[in-house]
Design a protein around this ligand. Structure first.
Ligand code: DQA
Length: 150
């Protein structure tokens, strides 16, 4: 059971970026939270990927085909604009969970559309960085259920 966590633009600026919204923990802490959660949940491996470039995110999703069992994705600003990321997730059809650090549903109107979310079976918002651990937990249960039904 291998997981891939994908983070979009500006998430590498965690800790510096709008701490009132995203908190004061940095990106390294986010990576550590994902690695600890993956160990605890029994994943055989986890990669935590970040890019500020839409095409690089599309490339990483495509490369996951055949080698990754589940994806946790925070497309950041691309959540609200990227049909290309939605199409990539649909193309590989890897079970995916959408995560957002902030409660996007309580923010501006332009954040109310989520393209990537249309290809995800679950969504975690507003739980800060621990939302990634929650998203991995949801993913692990889904993958275990799927495995048991084969
Ligand atoms: C975000 C919410 C997005 O609207 C925003 O553009 C981000 C971060 C979040 O994790 O809360 O960059 O995805």
């Amino acid at each position: 059971m291998k997981a891939l966590v994908i983070n979009g633009p500006n998430l590498n600026m965690l800790g510096i970026r709008e701490p009132g919204i995203y908190g004061s923990d940095n990106y390294e802490t986010l990576v550590q939270i994902c690695q600890d959660a993956a160990d605890e949940l029994g994943f055989d491996g986890i990669e935590v990927f970040q890019s500020n470039h839409e095409g690089a995110i599309v490339d990483r999703i495509q490369e996951a085909y055949g080698s990754i069992d589940g994806i946790v994705i925070n497309p950041a600003a691309y959540t609200h604009t990227s049909v290309a990321i939605l199409d990539a997730l649909k193309a590989v059809a890897i079970p995916s969970v959408e995560v957002h650090i902030s409660a996007v549903e309580e923010r501006e109107d332009f954040r109310q559309v989520s393209y990537a979310g249309m290809a995800c079976f679950a969504r975690v918002t507003g739980e800060g960085l621990s939302g990634y651990a929650r998203a991995l937990e949801i993913l692990a249960s889904h993958l275990k259920e799927k495995q048991a039904s084969i």
